[in-house]
Design a protein around this ligand. Structure first.
Ligand SMILES: Cc1cc2nc3c(=O)[nH]c(=O)nc-3n(C[C@H](O)[C@H](O)[C@H](O)COP(=O)(O)OP(=O)(O)OC[C@H]3O[C@@H](n4cnc5c(N)ncnc54)[C@H](O)[C@@H]3O)c2cc1C
Length: 419
């Protein structure tokens, strides 16, 4: 490969991915057998307990995401540790509005599969370790980026030679520094809510039912986990979240019981609690010169509908598909950072991103609205939804995203992973 950019010595790669969290690592996995020379820069060692993307949060994977992991040959490592969601119960706390969804009635095996980020991270880490051609800089932070006409130069700490990539992918999360270095603007809206997350054991083990309860402070979700535990995502105003974090385990269980009620029986034990301030971050564009954004670097959503990672995984799967397709039979010299490829990526992701941002943001605002008459309208809406199989069928399609054309990996094609 000829020298480009500043002309100084550098390691030349086709694609450099900054951020090896869930989405960045998934993109590396999808490009694994592509023949492209890929570099990954991740600030935290993959096996570190403090890796923020691979923590104890539970992620509800939609059916489309399951398909992508199947196509990548990773589902065997993830599936046995995931719990299917076969029933969903949605309610407006303290009011009469509710809706129920039953997977079987919609001819689905499940609406999704709940797995901890640690399990997902473990499966991805094992795959990445088996990619000998990967230029892995982990742990290393990307500290400086210069975008040239024909490449992006990335410096890392710890150092070594800089990387020179024809395409740089920002998978470095909602506060993406690569996004900023590429001059791509992002808007940020603080929801004034904090999600307090924990795993809980109850007298009634979780058996395929997910509860989503909307309260004036924010949504409250109980998700079934493998082994019968429940994953709790309790959204609160920041001061209340601090108070809940400071409670003893017994006090936490009592407060949870009071807020959630007895649908899961008596809450018996709780594990470690962690907190996530919630905001909507949205990049105005997902591409710039020789740069593409994926996952939270492109859009960070409220977890109300459990869609952030699912959407980010479709970003990664779509970008991988386009990069691999651009290589044709592997003999042509294709430019992975070509403007046409990046324009294709932006176009392919537009409706899914827009739809998901509007849907999740709309849900948070609709159910947070306490103006006179609004809760009553909501109750009516929920009850009408409960009676409408058509509306339920439409909602269940969210598992595949809003885009007209899901990535090929989500259609069960593994061809995209090979050249
Ligand atoms: C409470 C909660 C519940 C959720 N539940 C769900 C759910 O059920 N379903 C769902 O689909 N989504 C869910 N989400 C959303 C999901 O967790 C995120 O969308 C997903 O983790 C984003 O992954 P990412 O890889 O894009 O970003 P991140 O997880 O933020 O990873 C970014 C990575 O980049 C690295 N990094 C950053 N800067 C640098 C740098 N300069 N150099 C090197 N490395 C760098 C970081 O170390 C990190 O590993 C939830 C989110 C929350 C908060």
């Amino acid at each position: 490969m000829s020298a480009r950019g500043s002309g100084a010595a550098a390691v030349e790669v086709d694609v450099a991915i900054v951020g090896g969290g869930l989405v960045g690592a998934s993109l590396v996995a999808a490009l694994g057998a592509s023949g492209l020379k890929v570099a990954l820069i991740e600030g935290v060692a993959a096996d570190a307990a403090r890796q923020p993307s691979f923590d104890d949060r539970t992620t509800a994977l939609g059916n489309g995401s399951r398909r992508i992991f199947e196509s990548l040959g990773l589902w065997d490592a993830i599936g046995p540790s995931s719990a299917p969601i076969r029933h969903i119960h949605v309610s407006d706390a303290g009011r009469y509005g509710f809706a129920r969804l039953d997977a079987q009635a919609l001819e689905l095996d499940a609406f999704g599969f709940v797995v901890t980020n640690r399990v997902l991270g473990g499966a991805l880490r094992t795959r990445l370790a088996a990619l000998p051609a990967l230029e892995s800089r982990m742990p290393a932070r990307c500290t400086a980026v210069t975008v040239h006409e024909d490449c992006v130069e990335l410096h890392t700490d710890p150092g070594g030679l800089p990387l020179r990539a024809r395409l740089a992918v920002a998978a470095d999360g909602a506060g993406s520094q690569l996004r900023a270095a590429a001059g791509l603007a992002a808007s940020e809206e603080d929801y004034g809510q904090v999600a307090v997350v924990a795993h809980v054991l109850a007298s009634q083990p979780a058996e395929g039912t997910a509860y989503e309860r909307f309260t004036p402070q924010g949504p409250f979700a109980l998700l079934p986990m493998v082994g019968g535990a429940w994953g709790v995502v309790w959204t609160l105003a920041p001061a209340d979240a601090q108070r809940v974090l400071a409670l003893s385990d017994a006090q936490y269980l009592a407060a949870l019981q009071q807020d959630f009620g007895w649908r899961a029986g008596r809450f018996l034990r709780v594990g470690a609690r962690s907190a996530y301030p919630l905001k909507l971050v949205r990049a105005a564009q997902v591409t710039g010169q020789r740069v593409a954004l994926v996952g939270n670097a492109a859009q960070g959503l409220h977890p109300v509908a459990g869609q952030g990672f699912n959407l980010g995984l479709r970003d990664a799967a779509t970008l991988a598909e386009l990069l691999i397709a651009s290589r044709g039979d592997g003999t042509a010299v294709a430019d992975p950072g070509a403007p046409a490829l990046l324009a294709d990526y932006a176009a392919r992701r537009a409706s899914d991103r827009d739809g998901m941002v509007r849907f999740t943001d709309g849900l948070v605002k609709l159910f947070g609205d306490q103006r006179p008459g609004v809760p009553w309208m909501r109750d009516l809406g929920l009850l009408m939804f409960d009676l409408s199989p058509t509306a339920k069928r439409a909602l269940s399609r969210l598992s595949w995203g809003f885009g007209e054309r899901p990535p090929r990996l989500a259609q069960g094609s593994s061809r995209v992973v090979g050249p």
